[in-house]
Design a protein around this ligand. Structure first.
Ligand SMILES: Cc1cc2nc3c(=O)[nH]c(=O)nc-3n(C[C@H](O)[C@H](O)[C@H](O)COP(=O)(O)OP(=O)(O)OC[C@H]3O[C@@H](n4cnc5c(N)ncnc54)[C@H](O)[C@@H]3O)c2cc1C
Length: 510
């Protein structure tokens, strides 16, 4: 076969671009084929509202998992900023404030809320333990997969039992007494994952949320998430990667001497190796390679632009309350209740969600006049709203879910959020809501699953036997996106690992 490219990559999300840069740096001829007009997939920044100078991270918004090593290897101009506050959780007329660095103010806040120091002391011990896990696991993410025994001896039996062997619920009950404190911790086991705290899937999700770069710190992408895409595109261009947007791949056929790709434009391309930055379910449609089963995406994302920050019933300074993650109705019991209601097909009465104000850490995503006017952005991520809820009557359910989410937020505000939402140039309120179905329609996330499929333990298991966690049943085709083992989130890890696998395959033979 006459090959047009050594490697072709389906999809132009951030992972695909990371893979393309590594491959081009190794001297390979690479093309990236992205269906949409813009590259970036779930890492796009956009001006979402007519005439409003706010460039929003439309989908993903915080970075923890992106290893510094990738930034250095690819020489990327991309900066992330620390938040001063980790989280604020209102409850009635009071709340719990946790600063990014767990200090006296944070531990006093938990102690005042729970009326004793048990949970405030436990918090420190718990996060020291998970910090240890992060330090040990993070360096393995860009290496060939270790097996379970190797990871177990790396972590030691105690950490293994607490964070891997026992369901998260058991470990949370061991450390914490208070329902709200437990819930705040549990949320990291549920973001993007439709699970109960009794299921191992929440342990896996928890690990991904706490081990990033060896610290688990969630940082703000300076200038918005789209800056990562810009940096990657710039690097890819300078390395000679061919970048084609508005180019949908419609089928892929692999044979012993190469891979044939058909595009919607009826063009055909030939390559030696194909990487899929699109989800495994999309790859299944293109090739017939079976995707793993996975749960529905279960979040609703809301983006808002505000005239100013709203006041809180608890009296907490909004600049503090919204600077970190603002937890709404996320006690342990509320989270479990919402999960079980949604699982049985009902819209949860109380929808747990969390919210965050990007502009308190990085005002640069607003125009100068908006900054001067005191405008802000809010991004809200609601849990336990699976795609299945919206299947029957999408628009009606979307309206009801949105109403309940905003009612939840308003329970803690001294003034309704609707009163402080800015209007766009057409007089419409600056609020957009994305259901799982809309995420699938816009960026091909199957059933709106933000990780392309269920997250998997970041080591070799019975269901994952490949060397890099990116292999498929076809030795010319690799998964390069979030659906790889160790792939979920804005991490570039799947991109790096698929590039390593492709280079090894190319070195073997043509
Ligand atoms: C609402 C939301 C909030 C999130 N928040 C965070 C967060 O704050 N932090 C975090 O770390 N992670 C977050 N995530 C998860 C994270 O964004 C994703 O896991 C990650 O961006 C996936 O990147 P990717 O490059 O693997 O794939 P994607 O970004 O999904 O890109 C895949 C690309 O493939 C393209 N494609 C699909 N089919 C074809 C085809 N046939 N032909 C050509 N192109 C095709 C798609 O258009 C898309 O551009 C969030 C995700 C969502 C949706």
């Amino acid at each position: 076969m006459n090959h047009d490219y050594e490697v072709a990559i389906v999809g132009g999300g951030h992972n695909a671009l990371v893979a393309a840069c590594y491959l081009a740096q190794a001297g390979k001829k690479v093309i990236v084929l992205e269906k949409n007009k813009e590259f970036g997939g779930a890492t796009k920044s956009v001006y979402a509202f007519e005439g409003i100078g706010a460039k929003l991270s439309r989908y993903s918004y915080l970075v923890a998992l992106f290893p510094d090593q990738i930034k250095e290897d690819l020489n990327l101009e991309f900066e992330t900023l620390s938040r001063t506050v980790s989280s604020y959780t209102p409850s009635g007329n009071t709340g719990i404030l946790i600063n990014r660095i767990y200090d006296k103010e944070s531990s006093d806040s938990i102690a005042a809320f729970t009326s004793n120091r048990e949970d405030s002391d436990a918090w420190e011990r718990f996060y020291q333990r998970i910090g240890e896990v992060a330090r040990l696991l993070a360096p393995t993410m860009l290496e060939p997969l270790k097996n379970e025994d190797e990871i177990r001896s790396l972590l030691g039996d105690e950490l293994w039992d607490e964070f891997v062997a026992q369901p998260l619920q058991v470990t949370l009950n061991k450390y914490f007494k208070d329902d709200l404190v437990k819930g705040i911790v549990l949320t990291d086991g549920l973001i993007g994952t439709f699970a109960s705290a009794t299921e191992k899937l929440s342990n896996i999700c928890f690990l991904y949320h706490l081990i990033g770069n060896g610290t688990g710190e969630w940082r703000v992408p300076k200038g918005g998430m789209g800056k990562l895409v810009e940096a990657l595109l710039q690097r890819a261009k300078s390395l000679g990667v061919e970048l084609r947007n508005g180019t949908e791949v419609t089928s892929v056929e692999s044979s012993s001497d190469g891979v044939n790709i058909k595009l919607k434009t009826n063009e055909e391309l030939r390559c030696k190796i194909l990487l899929s930055g699109a989800a495994p379910k999309v790859l299944e449609r293109l090739t017939g390679i079976k995707a793993p089963t996975f749960r529905d995406g279960s979040q609703v994302k809301m983006n808002m632009v505000l005239k100013r920050l709203p006041k809180l019933k608890s009296g907490m300074d909004p600049k503090k309350a919204f600077a970190g993650t603002f937890h709404i109705d996320e006690s342990f019991k509320q989270l479990e209740m919402a999960y079980h209601q949604a699982k049985s097909g009902e819209i949860p009465d109380v929808i747990p969600s969390e919210m965050y104000c990007h502009t308190l850490t990085d005002p640069s995503i607003l125009s100068e006049s908006m900054q001067a006017a005191g405008n802000h952005t809010l991004t809200l991520f609601a849990l336990h709203t699976p795609a299945s809820l919206f299947d029957r009557d999408h628009d009606l359910v979307k309206a009801e879910v949105s109403k309940r989410i905003l009612a939840g937020l308003n329970r803690y505000l001294a003034e309704p959020i609707e009163d402080v939402i800015l209007n766009d140039a057409l007089g419409k309120p600056c609020i957009e809501v994305k259901t799982p179905q809309e995420l699938e329609a816009e960026i091909d996330l199957p059933r709106g699953n933000i990780f392309h499929r269920d997250l998997a333990w970041p080591w070799r298991t019975q269901s994952e036997q490949g060397k890099w966690g990116v292999e498929t049943t076809d030795d010319r085709i690799f998964v390069a996106g979030a659906g790889a083992t160790r792939g979920g989130g804005v991490s570039g890890i799947a991109g790096h690992n698929s590039a390593m696998a492709a280079l090894e395959r190319l070195a073997k033979s043509n």
